[in-house]
Design a protein around this ligand. Structure first.
Ligand code: PLP
Length: 380
């Protein structure tokens, strides 16, 4: 999106614009892709750094009825701020938390025999619904094949529980051709068949954002995207079908002329080889712009944009400041206070992540608390 109304308050260095309408559009785009499944939303980690309140209210207004969080505290908070939908806690219950789940009407995910045992002990507090998470190859969280054997050998482990669904998680869905995808789907169907005599025909869920784009065989009854809702590309190859959601703008604090043999920034890492004009920007890694975008490479392929014109980052990103080379940009655009795009129409968050050796999920979830957040559209 392009903005002609960007305001960076005088007391702050950078603004994060979150386009809530784009999140709602992304929700509808995924819903259209999954005609036979309900679409839930992963809103863990403060909705990947974008603000769980506005994001959840916007998604609920768009028709989202299930929200996934990682921790119990995230679930309690989401209920407290008025979310009335189903809230599923992925990391599962710990002993003594049953009454918290019940009072906040949270759905547990049971990931291990220990969590099943905990839940069976706490379920006497009330019939609180739970999903079973089965591991199908990720080897991270969820019941392994041995655990399923143990349940089948002793069905009373789960017979008192209100199991409402079975879920698993894909390891390689962002690579559609990866053999893990089909293997995990086959394993998921097999374990669901094994458990069905005990659980009855309950809901099933396998797909995260990239899983949605693997096609209807992966959708089951409920998909649970996060990243794609927030504009992150779901697949590694091909164009990103999602609407971009965030922009980050900062402003020029200061300008200076430099020439050989001067250097710019920490470590004197950027050596000037000809007369250059350098602009210092009022944002840094404390705002969430990865230091690794420049720390790893002195070729510096990352750019910021001034009125759509590229200015390469030079020197290292520091906590509060970034330096860019504006020699090629008209001088009237390079004045203190000038607005500069760090991420937005010309710089996708995926690109910043690629150059920084990470993924956009990490860039978003590390956006700084210091950013001034400007929500557009949606339900705030
Ligand atoms: C985080 C998470 C999701 C959402 O994944 P995205 O790749 O962000 O769509 C779905 N399911 C589980 C179990 C998760 O942990």
């Amino acid at each position: 999106m392009a903005h002609d109304d960007i305001v960076i308050p005088a007391d702050t260095g950078a603004v994060l614009i979150v386009d809530l309408d784009a999140i709602a559009d992304n929700f509808r785009l995924i819903r259209d892709r999954c005609p036979s499944a309900r679409v839930g939303a992963s809103v863990k980690a403060n909705a990947y750094g974008l603000g769980v309140g506005p994001v959840t209210r916007t998604l609920a207004a768009a028709g989202c009825e299930s929200f996934f969080v990682a921790t119990l505290a995230e679930g309690v908070y989401l209920r407290k701020i008025g979310c009335d939908a189903e809230i599923i806690v992925l990391n599962g219950p710990e002993p003594g938390t049953g009454s918290i789940f019940r009072d906040a009407r949270l759905t547990a995910t049971l990931n291990s025999l220990a969590q099943i045992q905990t839940w069976a002990a706490e379920a006497t507090l009330g019939h609180t619904p739970a999903w079973l998470h089965v591991d199908t190859g990720m080897n991270r969280l969820g019941l392994g094949a041995d655990d399923v054997d143990a349940i089948l050998a002793a069905p009373e482990r789960i017979s008192s529980l209100a199991i409402v669904g079975i879920l698993s998680h894909l390891a390689c869905a962002d690579h559609p051709g990866h053999p893990m995808n089909a293997a995990q789907r086959t394993a998921f169907d097999a374990v669901r068949d094994r458990l069905e005599p005990l659980t009855g025909p309950v809901a099933a869920s396998l797909a995260n954002s990239p899983g949605v784009f693997l096609g209807p065989d992966f959708h089951y009854g409920l998909v649970r995207p996060g990243a794609a809702l927030y504009g992150i590309r779901p697949l590694m190859d091909g164009p990103n079908p999602m609407n971009q959601v965030i922009d980050i703008y900062t402003k020029i604090l200061q300008l200076r002329n430099v020439d050989t043999p001067m250097t710019v920034g920490y470590g004197a890492a950027h050596q000037v080889t000809s007369p250059r004009r350098i602009a210092t920007l009022a944002a840094g890694y404390a705002d969430g712009y990865p230091r690794a975008a420049t720390a790893r490479m002195e070729g510096n392929s990352m750019c910021a944009f001034i009125d759509g014109q590229a200015a390469p980052l030079v020197g290292r990103v520091s906590m509060d400041l970034i330096t860019i080379d504006v020699t090629e940009i008209p001088v009237e655009l390079c004045q203190p206070g000038q607005i500069v795009e760090l991420m937005g129409p010309h710089v996708q968050v995926d690109e910043v992540a690629d150059v920084s050796g990470t993924i956009a999920y990490e860039v978003l979830s590390r956006l700084g608390a210091r950013l001034h957040v400007d929500y557009r559209g949606g339900v705030r």
